[in-house]
Each structure stands twice: as structure tokens, then as C-alpha cells.
Design a protein around this ligand. Structure first.
Ligand SMILES: [Zn+2]
Length: 205
């Protein structure tokens, strides 16, 4: 998912935001440019709509080996560099059931063979973005709290009780493992608008 962390911070942190503007021409500007370049590089390694891998169903993981741990490490780096809050294996073209996410803003965590148990009946609609659907934000209805179960990188059981943004993120990422995208979960009007943004643009010569 592509909830922009900077954007979220600005919403809650107007004081610091204003302060930053006093020093706009200094290292901050350079740092922003570097972060933008790192983000573009990461996005170039993430499958973009309409890549076919985004529509395929991922398979259960049975081997918790070095190969899996290398994949997890790569996905964690990509998610951080792309400034996303979640990344599913299908988004890097790997059809295995795992995703990384950042449940408490303390760094990325992985869930292998994830499943959601007892999703709340209470549901809420909010805008979502996706690292594989650049330039698109659409309203999606999700359960407001969920329990997520699965395995860690070594095959040990993990369980997370999540609410708010984290609950939303894991429902979004689990969808990816079944080939489901936010444009499938939104209303017709927003879906059409999103498809307009995603339509390949003609190349100008
Ligand atoms: Zn996504």
C-alpha cells in the first residue's frame, strides 16, 4: 500500500512542517531530492499495473529457507525505499504467500502464509493508494479491526491484533496475494476514473 508517510505526518505535525520551510534551500532540499530518487528506483523494481503477476494467486510457502529470507529482506528494503506501508510478494513478481508491513512504525515486519481471523463487523471507507497503481487513490471499505495470523521468516507462529491503518494495510496486502486490487474494491465511478489514470499514455515523438 502507498499511504504516504510524509503526507500523514504533515497532517499531524503542522508545527514542524512550518519550521522546515524556514530552511528550505539547505540540506533538507537535497535530502528530499535524494529520497525521491531512491523512491523512483524502488518503484521501478515493483510490478506496475497492468502487469499480469498482480492478477495471479500466490501459493502457500512450505520452505522457510535462506531463499525465503533473502526475498523478505529485499521486500523490506523495497517497501522502505518506496515509502510504502506494505508490500506483497506478487508485487515483486513472486507468487508466494507473504507480505511485509510496518504495524507500529518501528520498521518492517513479515507475515508468511497470512490469514485474517475474526474481521470486525464494523467497517469504514477510506482512501487507499498502491505502490503498483501509481497516481491512483480510491475509497475502499474495510473492517476496522482484524486479527492477523501466520508465520515469521523462520516458520514460527505469529499473531497480530490490528486496528485502524494497520488493519486496513493487511487487508489490502492479503488481497494482493489473491490477485485482488483496490480498483476491484471501489465503486464504479472511482474505478473508471482510476482506469483513466492507469491507461498507458501515448508516447510523444
Ligand atoms: Zn497495493
Amino acid at each position: 500500500m502507498a499511504h504516504d508517510r510524509d503526507h500523514d505526518e504533515h497532517d499531524h505535525d503542522h508545527g514542524d512542517h512550518d519550521h522546515d520551510h524556514d530552511h528550505e534551500d539547505g540540506p533538507d532540499e537535497q535530502e528530499r531530492a535524494e529520497r525521491a530518487a531512491i523512491r523512483r528506483h524502488a518503484l521501478a523494481q515493483i510490478r506496475q499495473y497492468p502487469d499480469v503477476a498482480l492478477r495471479l494467486k500466490a501459493h502457500e510457502v512450505s520452505e522457510f529457507d535462506d531463499d525465503l529470507r533473502r526475498l523478505i529482506e529485499r521486500m523490506e528494503h523495497l517497501m522502505v525505499d518506496a515509502q510504502g506501508v506494505g508490500l506483497a510478494a506478487t508485487q515483486v513478481g513472486v507468487l508466494r504467500r507473504l507480505f511485509v508491513f510496518d504495524p507500529n512504525e518501528e520498521g518492517p515486519c513479515v507475515v508468511v502464509n497470512p490469514r485474517i481471523v475474526d474481521p470486525s463487523k464494523s467497517r469504514e471507507t477510506d482512501e487507499e493508494g498502491c505502490l503498483s497503481l501509481q497516481g491512483v487513490r480510491v475509497p475502499v471499505e474495510r473492517s476496522t479491526s482484524v486479527t492477523l495470523e501466520g508465520k515469521d521468516a523462520n516458520g514460527a507462529d505469529v499473531q497480530w491484533k490490528l486496528e485502524g491503518l494497520s488493519a486496513r494495510v493487511v487487508q489490502h496486502e492479503l488481497d494482493h496475494l489473491d490477485g485482488v486490487l483496490i480498483i476491484d474494491r471501489t465503486d464504479e465511478e472511482n474505478r473508471k476514473r482510476a482506469l483513466g489514470v492507469l491507461r498507458p499514455q501515448p508516447v510523444l515523438r
